[in-house]
Design a protein around this ligand. Structure first.
Ligand SMILES: [Zn+2]
Ligand SMILES: [Zn+2]
Length: 393
């Protein structure tokens, strides 16, 4: 295919930035991205793509090329976060208490520009490109899209996802092969003791005392039972609730937290956790209900797609600017749910940390900012990877 990608990306720079700023100024929380979804839907329809709603306000646009070939899906998220923006920019959030503090405004804008470029070459395109705009990434929207048929009609052969990333400097691209983002399961423990008055503790059983032993036990389990390097495992407690009167011992206590694994042996970790907590509570004369539910699964990149993505990104930013440092993380991304449906994929990071532009604040912080130079880079990377995968360039 004859295409000058850099030139076509540059021709859309102003539009990509304007779209991103528009979305940034009008952030919406997960599953409430109605304005953003409408904007995306309108743009995709204007390009003449086959467009449908999926997990409304989620949107899917399908571009069928003029030649036969494989199908690739690109994903962008739509949702913002429940934060009050602390930046002083002309396009700051106009919705109090809601802010695009993860860069999903960039992803939606980038993906619309990719769609525009590829649609302009529709006749020569060998294969199909599915543009998926997902609601509620921050709180697991992917399963809803899958349940509503996001991976059917057509079923993609591969999925590409790029995330702008402030901890990595602008101009660098981060990617790894294999395990990338940890699985995250949520636990809720209900420890049952026996309430009594504080002056006659022997008449009851304290679930609070048991909880203290449980805390020590799970901290020891996490640090001593798994190799930090080979089986990264993180167990953290987020809430503990018990009692309502300072001179009583309560009947019950609840404790909630998360178990994160950056390895595929998570089931054994959950079983060991349940066994340990139950045994400690029993030793403390309490009983315990253990409830573990899936937040998101581990995100694992396909080695072949990693090689392809690495070679394409090297052409764009230079091999020396591809890094694996700071890429793997104990946080999760629900992109993993699409991969688990048996579709290989690659998730990679476009660095945009730039001290001169004050864009090094962490994701999900109120002063999170974006070096907009990353927008063109994102459009180029996703366009180039799509065309390479389809064998067009
Ligand atoms: Zn986020
Ligand atoms: Zn994000």
């Amino acid at each position: 295919m004859q295409i000058d990608i850099k030139k076509e990306v540059a021709a859309l720079t102003a539009e990509t930035i304007a779209t991103r700023r528009d979305i940034h100024a009008h952030p919406e929380l997960g599953f409430h991205e109605f304005r953003t979804g409408k904007l995306v839907e309108t743009r995709l329809k204007a390009l003449g793509l086959r467009v449908r709603r999926c997990a409304d306000p989620g949107v899917i646009g399908v571009l069928e090329g003029g030649k036969p070939g494989k199908t690739v899906m690109l994903r962008a998220e739509l949702d913002a976060l429940p934060l009050t923006e602390k930046n002083d920019l002309p396009f700051c959030s106009q919705n109090p208490g809601v802010m695009h503090a993860c860069g999903h405004d960039c992803h939606a804008a980038i993906q619309l520009s990719v769609a525009k470029i590829l649609t302009a070459h529709r006749e020569e395109l060998p294969g199909t490109v599915v543009f998926l705009f997902q609601p509620n990434e921050e709180d697991i929207g992917a399963p809803q899209m899958i349940a509503e048929g996001a991976l059917k009609d057509p079923r993609p052969d591969a999925i590409f996802d790029m995330h702008v990333w402030s901890p990595i400097p602008i101009g660098k691209v981060g990617m790894v092969s294999g395990p990338d983002c940890a699985s995250s399961y949520y636990f809720k423990l209900t420890i049952h003791g026996k309430g009594t008055a504080a002056y006659i503790p022997d008449q009851g059983i304290s679930p609070i005392d048991a909880a203290g032993h449980v805390l020590n036990a799970i901290n020891a389990m996490q640090t001593l039972e798994y190799s930090t390097l080979n089986q990264p495992t993180l167990i953290t407690v987020g809430t503990i609730h018990a009692g309502d009167y300072m001179i009583n011992i309560p009947d019950d206590l609840t404790m909630e937290g998360s178990i994160r694994c950056l390895h595929s042996n998570e089931k054994a970790v959950h079983e060991r956790f349940t066994e340990l907590v139950t045994a400690v509570c029993t030793a403390c004369r309490c009983s315990c209900d253990v409830d573990i539910t899936c937040g998101n699964n581990m995100l694992e990149n396909d080695p072949d797609l990693y090689s392809m993505a690495h070679s394409v990104a090297s052409e764009v930013v230079g091999k020396e600017n591809i890094t694996d440092k700071g890429v793997r993380e104990m946080g999760g991304d629900d992109l993993a749910e699409f991969f688990r449906e048996g579709i290989p994929g690659i998730y990679y990071l476009a660095g945009m940390g730039n001290p001169a532009k004050h864009t090094t604040a962490p994701h999900h912080s109120r002063n999170f900012r974006v070096d907009e130079d990353v927008l063109d880079l994102g459009v180029e990377l996703q366009t180039r990877m799509t065309l390479r995968y389809l064998g067009a360039i």
